[in-house]
Design a protein around this ligand. Structure first.
Ligand code: BDP
Length: 721
């Protein structure tokens, strides 16, 4: 009896352990689930096309390629494919960079190799000695690794692999995550736990998570990471911390990922013992030169610095009567001998500048066009305010042809529901990238500014403010993984379609079943418009609550800086609502090329999605659908809530295609999102109703609480603040 009981307990414990670890693993494995292919027909086709791996190279990166291929194929094809170093059998996958290929194969691929750059790859079906083979190659081993991930994606998404002929290469050079991670492991605007970087245990303890992080990034082509917050701490530049940074760089290197740091402009004073950080002071210049030398001695491929200067209280060259060019060029000179770069942020605005905040970065930076060193790239947020659910593209794109500009997107959802709301961001990213600046006439897309083709720039890049933390599933919301994934894919190729990316991600993460893919893809693609509708429809912006930006706070008017207050942005009054940025207002429209300016300036041609961004509009104004502005606004809020409800239904209907753990997680999160969407609708409409003085139209649900109730809500411990 006793032993039976013990046996039962043991079995339960084992079962518990197995199921516990599989829960953790599913979430943890991101888009690299590599599940066994259950469709027998597809499986047998793949098995017939692949029966060996030949790895021709021995570098650390090459080993990652062959291990990944071996592990993933054996899992997906449920077979025992081995890695060899010589070509023997037919239907092998031959991997290795150009220089190690057999001469005959290289000759066959000569033309293809001219199509790619240093990080690109070729995947091609060939005949070698009359035997069918697949070659994955590139100019360098890192290209081969990208090729391997791309090949695996084909298998993960059930694409044919019989006649492959793919040449692909990244369109930007710097595809980088910006971690706003502090040295105490809190993450500014982080909603997925604490920082991955365990500074206290580094450099001696290498958490396996660092490897998994690098692998996930490499799989989508990300090749850089800024480890530290833009609101920087100078200590990261001391030997004590550089030793730790070096350890991380060593882990990331074989995955093609370079490490970058944020440079606190006042570091020469804080950790260098100097009296000044004036960029024109010789001792300051020398301090940075020595600092660069010290860093590169440890980390020969160190990427460079990201700098937030004279912005939101951060120190910068203006503290010494110098300007952004002086500051950026001084740092650029320090890292130039080692091939480093400086990413200088354009996110600047000042409480002492009475100008429309949306105009300030352009006004300050555009006159500097052409004055920065060759190794400086100016990093510009996608819109002129701050990562709102929707912003028109930043007018700096298309206005600085002589300066490389890189895009800064925010992957973490500071203003879009934290990690609780399902919002598929590549849709937002795509909208920005395909906006037309008209800098050189029609088709001067933001994407062309960013990839350097519009103005012939060699230094190009896209940054994403990371949504990663030490949560088991990395990003808090299982669907927020898609935002990390999609960011990487768009950084590689800013012309990709967000729908295609969503589908890839779903197939690699959840299921290839069309009955899952079709409805969930639609849900993802609509989710961005849903959040715009229930938070900031028709061009409203920055009406989130104070500081933490969690939930609605359109009434907030007591913050020390005028442009931190929501009332500054919506300007609701008896006459109407919206920020007049037309020629008659602040003339922010004038910062765009004339064709674009005219479209935004004219009430009749301004897209309604941006209406209240550019115009102060009377409550009775007739929208295109015939509704008054007040009714239309209210109906948009309701539409947003209804869309979340639809998302809940969609999710319920795909239950059978998802593992129970992730199903439950998403279901619970959607319930919260629905609750919070209603909170947004009710709080905003009750507040704006005080000005419009009108009833809610038919079809809009009655508010669940009073305005006073919503105003009374406090969140002293909202995360990320
Ligand atoms: C804002 C964030 C703030 C960041 C700042 C920035 O609220 O935490 O430090 O942007 O980008 O979105 O520098």
């Amino acid at each position: 009896m006793e032993s039976k009981k013990r046996f039962f307990l043991k079995v339960t414990a084992v079962f518990f352990l197995v199921s516990w670890s599989s829960i953790a693993q599913k979430d943890y494995k991101l888009w690299m689930q590599y599940d066994k292919i259950s469709n027998a027909e597809i499986l047998s086709k793949y098995k017939a096309s692949v029966n060996g791996i030949v790895s021709l190279e021995n570098s650390a990166t090459a080993k990652i390629s062959s291990n990944e291929l071996e592990m993933a194929l054996n899992a997906m094809l449920d077979s025992k494919i081995e890695v060899k170093s010589k070509i023997e059998a037919e239907n092998s996958i031959i991997i290795g960079s150009e220089s190690v290929l057999d001469a005959e194969i290289r000759t066959q691929l000569q033309k293809d190799l001219t199509l790619i750059n240093e990080e690109g790859f070729i995947i091609k079906s060939i005949l070698f000695k009359n035997k069918k083979q697949i070659v994955i190659t590139g100019k360098k081993d890192i290209g081969v690794l990208y090729g391997v991930y791309s090949f695996l994606r084909l298998v993960q998404t059930h694409q044919p692999i019989e006649n492959l002929n793919i040449a692909d290469a990244p369109k930007t050079n710097i595809r980088i995550l910006n971690h706003w991670d502090n040295l105490d492991r809190t993450v500014e605007r982080g909603y997925a736990g604490f920082s991955l970087w365990n500074w206290q245990k580094l450099p001696d303890f290498i958490d396996h998570r660092y490897v998994d992080y690098a692998r996930a990034n490499a799989s989508i082509g990300i090749n850089g990471t800024v480890l530290t917050n833009v609101n920087a701490n100078a200590l990261i530049l001391t030997p004590q911390y550089l030793e730790k940074v070096e350890a991380l760089a060593n882990v990331f290197r074989p995955y093609g990922i370079k490490v970058y740091l944020t440079a606190r402009f006042s570091a020469p004073i804080e950790i260098g013992g100097l009296k000044t950080a004036d960029p024109k002071d010789v001792s300051v210049m020398n301090w940075w030169k020595e600092k660069a030398k010290e860093i590169y001695k440890r980390i020969p491929d160190f990427g460079g610095f990201l700098v937030k200067a004279n912005s939101e209280g951060q120190p910068g060259p203006q503290n010494y009567g110098r300007d952004h060019v002086d500051g950026a060029n001084m740092l650029a000179d320090a890292v130039a001998p080692f091939g480093g770069i400086v990413m200088w942020r354009a996110f600047v605005y000042s409480e002492h500048d009475a100008n429309d905040r949306a105009k300030q970065a352009y006004a300050e930076f555009v006159p500097y066009d052409g004055k920065f060193r060759e190794n400086v790239i100016v990093q510009v947020k996608n819109g002129a305010i701050d990562f709102q659910p929707r912003e028109p593209f930043h007018p700096m794109f298309g206005a600085m042809p002589k300066t490389p500009l890189m895009m800064e997107f925010q992957i973490t959802q500071e203003y879009l529901g934290f990690s609780t709301h399902l919002v598929y961001l590549p849709k937002l990213f795509q909208e920005v990238l395909e906006s037309d600046t008209y800098q050189k006439g029609k088709n001067s897309l933001v994407a062309k500014v960013v990839d350097g083709t519009l103005d012939n720039h060699k230094l190009t890049g896209i940054a994403g403010v990371s949504n990663i933390g030490n949560d088991l599933n990395w990003t808090g919301h299982p669907f927020a993984q898609a935002n990390w994934y999609g960011f990487g894919r768009l950084a590689w190729n800013p012309y990709l379609d967000s729908g295609v990316i969503a589908e890839e991600w779903m197939r690699a993460t959840f299921s290839n079943d069309e009955k899952f893919i079709n409805p969930v893809k639609e849900m993802m693609l609509k989710s961005r418009e849903a959040v715009v509708n229930y938070m900031t429809p028709l061009g409203l912006h920055h009406i989130m609550d104070t500081g933490h930006h969690y939930g609605p706070g359109p009434w907030v008017s007591n913050l020390s800086r005028p442009e931190w207050n929501p009332v500054y942005y919506h300007k609701a009054d008896k006459n109407g609502i919206g920020f007049d940025r037309s020629k008659k207002g602040t003339d922010a429209v004038g910062q765009y090329a004339p064709t674009v300016a005219n479209i935004f300036d004219n009430l009749k041609t301004c897209p309604e999605k941006d209406l209240l961004w550019f115009h102060h509009v009377p409550w009775n104004y007739k929208l295109q659908n015939g509704q008054t502005l007040w009714n239309g606004l209210a109906l948009k809020y309701q539409e947003g809530v209804d869309q979340v409800k639809e998302m809940q239904t969609t999710w319920k209907n795909v239950k059978q295609y998802v593992d129970p753990e992730r199903f439950d997680e998403v279901e619970m999160l959607l319930n919260i999102q629905y609750k919070e969407a209603k909170w947004w609708r009710d709080a905003c409409l009750l507040y704006f109703q005080q000005f419009s003085g009108k009833e809610l139209p038919d079809g809009v649900e009655k508010p669940t609480q009073s305005l006073d109730y919503f105003k009374s809500l406090q969140f002293p411990f909202a995360p990320g603040n």
